[in-house]
Design a protein around this ligand. Sequence first.
Ligand code: 4AD
Length: 461
Amino acid sequence: MKDDIKLLYAKHKELEGKKVTIGGWVRSVRDSKNFGFIDLNDGTCFKGAQIVITPTEIKNYQDVAKLNAGSSILCEGVLVNTPNNKQPFEIKANKIEIICPTTTEYPLQKKGHSMEFLREQAYLRPRTNLFNAVFRVRSEIAYAIHTFFKSKDFVYVHTPIITGADCEGGSDVFRVTTHKFYDKEYMKTATPQNDFFGKNVFLTPTGQLEGEAFALALSRVYTFGPTFRSENSNTTRHASEFWMIEPEMAFYDLKDNMALIEEMVKYLIKWMFDNCGAELEFFNSFVDKGLIERLKLVLNSDFARVTYTEAVDILKKHNDKFEYKVEWGADLQSEHERYLTEEIYKKPVFVTDYPKDFKAFYMRLNDDNKTVAACDLLVPGVGEIVGGSQREERLNVLLDLMKFKNLKEEDYWWYINLRKFGGVYHSGFGLGFERILMYLTGVQNIRDVELFPRTPKNCEY
Ligand code: 4AD
């Protein structure tokens, strides 16, 4: 075992003169004849520890002094406080064990690599300051999300990853099969019925439908897990595998739903300020200069609310700025969403009540028979981060909507039954975990907040 560098920063005053052992990855070595310095990082916090080495104390001084960035070492030494220096303490080493020295082939020898290059080195990039910070924040925000829902007495449910229901009603799903597609002879008799599950099944694009069943028993539930979409979108905001937080609440209408979304987003921003201060400062300096100011502003302002119809009227006045012209009945493109939130409102905005034509079958039909009780949350810098709705709880209306969308009742028999057996009005939403991380860190590409991103034609690791 080793001592965490984070702990040394927290307790260095009381550790004066004490023996400590630290281990990690060398960022740099500076040496002269009589002494040298190693900057060691172990990922437990932003800052590294400065280790002082001398040939009199360190038997393998010559080897240590030659270490390249990225080498792993274990160091025993004594902590000495240095209040007049840049770093508050240093470690006077009396033993350095070289565990794995990197060769000159180590791809991250130098600083300042492009994001594209670092994406190709996804197995090493967590060693850089930026990705160190991104993945610590990813963990913190996951914890914050659980804490938020726990504080509101939600039940955490684990909806299945393999599903028979293609909820979003689209074709953008990955099939799960044991059929041998590479075997022409075998495939002559392959059918969904003689496949592993005896029917077509998919990697889940959402846990919502299963979540609804549990909300109608436990009142308030949420899922938080991986979801999969095979849409061929090569954008900075789409991934083929991403994580989603999907709460589902019985006896919540659309307004209650939006109030919860707003409270949650603000809670997560506050969590960043309270628990990820060093990371936030770093992102603000090196990734997005306006980040802190923007997040502070959001924390202290009300999110805007606008119906789709109102949004179309507003956007139409700026049609000269758009590649795709806005008109009622067409879905909003990301250029329109960004314009609304970044130029018109300059803060997060809910767009509600979209036409039923391009929204999912489960959204509650409004009295106008044309629009549904949907709410998308758009934020500056990212665009849509949440998609939600009040669900259609009226059996006949749901069946009509399914017909309208060409969905087969037998594929959704249990979901339909929930409207016969004690169904109540209810609502829910999906927050894209990576999208909120982009928003909180200022990172511009979804590939840079996922550990090993999966996108079309890209599944290297
Ligand atoms: O709007 P979506 O498709 O909604 C649903 O899946 C609902 N079943 C959610 C619910 O009501 N329980 O997706 C919800 C959110 C989006 O707002 C976005 O943040 C994220 O999921 N998302 C993606 N994130 C990364 N890559 C993709 N390909 C994404 N597709 C959706």
